[in-house]
Design a protein. Sequence first.
Length: 614
Amino acid sequence: MNNNLLASPGSMDEELDSTERKKPRSGSSGSQQVLTSESAIACTVATTTDPSKAAKRVARASVGASPPRWYHLTTPTLPSSHALVVAALHSSVSACVSDLSAISDAAHGYTLPPPPPTAVESMDTARSIPTTTSGSGGGLAFDANAPVLTSPSFPLLAGSPNVDMSAIPVSLDQVVSPTVVDQIIQLFFDYVYPLTPCLHRPTFLADLAARRDKTDPIFFSLVLVVLASTLVQVPRVLVNLDKQEVEALARRCVRVARTKVAFIWEDPVPVRAEFVVIFYLEGIVHLLLGNNTAHVIVTSQANQCALAMRLNEESSYEGLNPIESEIRRRIYWLLFQADKSSACMRARTICLRLEDAPGLCLPTEVDDEQITSNGILPQPIGMTPVIAGFNIVTNLFRILNDALLLQRRKAAPSVDSILADLQNVNQLRERVLNSTADVSSPLRIRSAYDSRAASPAQGWEANLKGRFMDFFTGAVETQHINSFLVMQGNILVTQQVVRLVLLQTREALLLQLSALTHMPMQGVGGLAGVQNNEVAEDIACDLLDGLNSLPEECVATNGPSLVQKVRFVAIQLMECSTQTSPQAIRAQTLLMQFLSVLSVIEGMYTFGRDVSAE
């Protein structure tokens, strides 16, 4: 909270008087405007000139420059303390009789969004955003004393992170150069979109080409978080920037994005689907940059906005534009996946339960080009939509939801309830195995390796690690990896995670049954009618075979999320395995060796502390 709000009327009057004395004289407005314009030109020139020279131009243009003109709005005279009380009571009564539709969840998402703020309104809103000049760490300003980046790729950026951003950018050109925007957007749709289909590609690209970022601050913010989340999720070799440049640009995009939507904290506006996407993608950036607190906060905002829009209720989609309807479905199931992933691998409470979304349909399995404002066209015969892979993963997470609820049940167990739960576990396991049985050819993993039959060739670990390093350093020309191969890796590791959780649930239930019936563990399985004899080593072998069968580029582009899932499976398998056979020991050893290779991938994405840290 601003400390000024807690000051006494007298002290506030003194502060306002001091502020009035510091106001520039009207005669200086002309020079101020010239300086501000010159600073903007200097920032733009940085895209085509040497960064150090551009920085010098900005420094010369900024000397003696006053803050932007919108900082010098006349401040009204503060009333006396008695008048303050009367004004507060009057304001309180007025608020009670004002229109309450803005705070109704029913109104959120169902009213037409208001027109985007004008340039004046955007700047007026930005008055409350703290900005600093060189030397301070808050606000949007960057440290002017930081070393100048001299990488040959850095001139592609619209300006160095050292540039003072107290003047809020009004278009993408002032944050990132068009060349970099085009490159990163293409990478998003190739590598990130298959896992995160939160945009309607034709509409997004059309709005981007029409420069909607200049008139709509929400779209401006959306583009920026798309850029930032792509930068931290794809290998840096693909964007031709080093680690320092990627992190600086990602942070710059997030800071500007938050500023562009800051008006939502001041003015009552209906919740929009774009807000959910912005918060979700921003959370990914914070997570991979090592700020878990910020990740938790903005992800919670995304979840609550989705629930306020009733995205978990099928009835809320009636009468919506087909494009809006499909995007909302994707957004909710995307949040559902992330929620189950956190609940499983971070032992967090489930926030978005499957029972709270009864009858909610999955996204329609057609490509974005088939979805129009007038309706959804049929998918061309013989063409597999990318969203099909997303739906497979969603179904796996729906099974994981039920498995986690069984695993965390608090009610006192009885023999009958345990037997019923074991039967449920068997059915869930069958659903997991069938989830990839009839998938389309582009999404089917063709295993070219069988760890049960033979050990890998001598030196396979060093060889694979070398191929990963060659890919990340750009030492070899790599093939373009299509979206289906990226999705194959995600389906593979997600399926093994769910199988493992079901195995753990079954073992825990059998242990409870053994305690209640006073029977040994070897005998309760027959009593419960457990038909499958799957062991932890089966999961280890299937995961290892699948990872070895995928191109290293496919595994590498799945990034830290894949590595964390593989690590989770490996550690849990070592804890729950009870077999000491040579085959079991070999499977565990091979998986741990593969995990050591995958650590190379994680190292190429790490910016701050470990992304898995709490």
